[in-house]
Design a protein around this ligand. Structure first.
Ligand code: NAD
Ligand code: IPM
Ligand code: MN
Length: 366
C-alpha cells in the first residue's frame, strides 16, 4: 500500500496543462523510490460543471478531505460566465478551502537570481527578494453573511458582502505568521484598514496581543493601501506580511510581479494540526488562475504549479531535501536561460509548458 495519498484536481484552462507536468515529476519520484504517492484525480470548476452541472461533486469533496494533500491547478473561464452563481467554477475552490479549514495560505514571493531582470521593477529593487505573504483564507468578506443582492421597492437593487472576523481566526493566522518569521528574518508586518473598518480594529488588537508572545520577532503595523505602495516602492523591507483574505488576495498578485510573473508564485494552504494525529489538512495551488487568454496554447509557465508541489513535499510530508531539489531544479533551468513567454526576455530561449516541465525533470534526474 502506498504511504501517502495525493488528490489531484487540474481544473480548467491552463490548470490541466500545468498539472500534467507535476504528474510527470510524481511518476519519476515514485519510480526512483523517493516517494510512495498514490494519486487520484478529481474534477472541479467548469470541468465539473460540464460533466455534472455542479462546481464540484460531493464525492470529490470527500476524496479531497480524505487525501493527505490536495494539489489543485486553477478554475474558471469565460465559458462559465453565465452559470448560476452557486455553481460558478470559483465556488469549488472556495468550498474546498472552507471544508478543509485550510485557513493559513502561505504565498512566498521569491525572485530567482536569473529573473531579476524579468520583473516590471528595477533589478536592484527585486534582486534577492524573499518575502512571504500569510493570507487568512477561510474567513472575512469571502464567507461572511449576509452575502446577497436584494430587490428594493424603488426598483433599485442592493448588494451586500459582509466582512466578519472573530478573535480566534485572527489569533491563529497571526501565530502562523510569527512562527514562520522565527524561521526567517524575524519581522512581521500586519496589514489591515483599522482606520476605516471595525474588522481592522479587531485584527490589529489581536495581532498586537499575539506579538507579545513573540518578543524575539519584530512587529510592524501597516495600513493595507500603504502596503500595496510599499510593495512596489521597496519590497525588500518586508519579510512576513500577515493580512486578511481579500487584502491577501490582492497584495499577493502584486507581489507576484516582483518575481517576474504571476506564473512563478506557488502557495500552500494549511489547516490546524489534528490533536490526535498531529496531521494537518493541506491544499497546494499556484496563486494564478486558469489564464483563459493563453489556455490550450501550450505556453503557460508550469513553475508556480511545480513549486506548489515542492511546498507539498516540504509542509505535508517533511521531505525537505527533495523539496529543495525541486526548487534547485527550477533555479537551474532558469539559470540555463530557459524561459516561458511570461518571463521571456530578449536573447533567451523561449519554450512551452511541456519543454519547461521536461527541463525541470531533466535537472532532477541529473
Ligand atoms: P489569471 O491569473 O488566470 O491570469 C492573469 C494574467 O496572468 C493573464 O494574462 C494570464 O495569461 C497570466 N498568467 C497567469 N498564470 C500564468 C502562467 N502560469 N503562465 C503564464 N501566464 C500566466 O487571472 P484572470 O485572467 O483574472 O482570471 C481568469 C480566471 O481564473 C477567472 O475565472 C478567475 O476567477 C480564475 N482564477 C482562478 C484561480 C484559482 O483557481 N486558484 C486564481 C485566480 C483566478
Ligand atoms: C486566488 C483566486 C481566488 C481567490 C478566486 C479564484 C476565488 O483569486 O486564489 O488568489 O480570490 O481567492
Ligand atoms: Mn487571486
Amino acid at each position: 500500500m502506498a504511504t501517502h495519498t495525493l488528490f489531484l484536481i487540474p481544473g480548467d484552462g491552463i490548470g490541466t496543462e500545468i498539472m500534467a507536468e507535476v504528474e510527470k515529476i510524481i511518476a519519476w519520484t515514485n519510480s526512483e523510490g523517493l516517494t510512495d504517492f498514490a494519486t487520484d484525480q478529481g474534477l472541479a470548476g467548469g470541468a465539473a460543471y460540464d460533466r455534472h452541472q455542479v462546481a464540484i461533486t460531493e464525492e470529490d469533496v470527500a476524496k479531497a478531505k480524505a487525501a493527505d494533500a490536495v494539489i489543485f491547478g486553477a478554475v474558471g473561464g469565460p465559458k462559465w460566465d453565465d452559470v448560476p452563481y452557486e455553481h460558478r467554477p470559483e465556488a469549488a475552490l472556495l468550498r474546498l478551502r472552507k471544508e478543509l479549514s485550510v485557513f493559513a495560505n502561505l504565498r512566498p514571493a521569491i525572485c530567482y537570481p536569473a529573473l531579476a531582470g524579468a520583473s516590471a521593477l528595477k533589478r536592484e529593487l527585486v534582486e534577492g527578494l524573499d518575502i512571504l505573504i500569510v493570507r487568512e483564507l477561510t474567513g472575512g468578506v469571502y464567507f461572511g453573511e449576509p452575502k446577497e443582492i436584494v430587490d428594493l421597492p424603488n426598483g433599485q437593487k442592493r448588494a451586500v458582502d459582509t466582512q466578519v472576523y472573530e478573535t480566534y481566526e485572527i489569533d491563529r493566522i497571526a501565530r502562523v505568521a510569527f512562527d514562520l518569521a522565527r524561521t526567517r528574518k524575524g519581522l512581521v508586518h500586519s496589514a489591515d484598514k483599522k482606520n476605516v473598518m471595525k474588522s481592522g480594529v479587531l485584527w490589529d488588537e489581536v495581532v498586537r496581543s499575539v506579538a507579545k508572545d513573540y518578543p524575539d520577532v519584530q512587529f510592524q503595523h501597516i495600513l493595507a493601501d500603504n502596503a500595496a505602495m510599499q510593495l512596489v516602492r521597496n519590497p525588500k523591507q518586508f519579510d512576513v506580511m500577515v493580512t486578511d483574505n481579500l487584502f491577501g488576495d490582492i497584495l499577493s498578485d502584486a507581489a507576484a510581479m516582483l518575481t517576474g510573473s504571476l506564473g512563478m508564485l506557488p502557495s500552500a494552504s494549511l489547516g490546524a494540526p489534528d490533536p490526535a494525529t498531529g496531521k494537518r489538512k493541506a491544499f497546494y495551488e499556484p496563486v494564478h488562475g486558469s489564464a483563459p487568454d493563453i489556455a490550450g496554447k501550450g505556453v503557460a509557465n508550469p513553475i508556480a504549479m511545480i513549486a506548489s508541489f515542492a511546498m507539498a513535499l516540504r509542509y505535508s510530508f517533511g521531505m525537505t531535501e527533495l523539496a529543495g531539489k525541486v526548487e534547485a531544479a527550477i533555479a537551474g533551468v532558469l539559470g540555463d536561460g530557459l524561459r516561458t513567454a511570461d518571463i521571456g526576455e530578449d536573447n533567451r530561449r523561449t519554450v512551452g509548458t511541456q519543454e519547461m516541465g521536461a527541463a525541470i525533470l531533466g535537472k532532477l534526474r541529473a
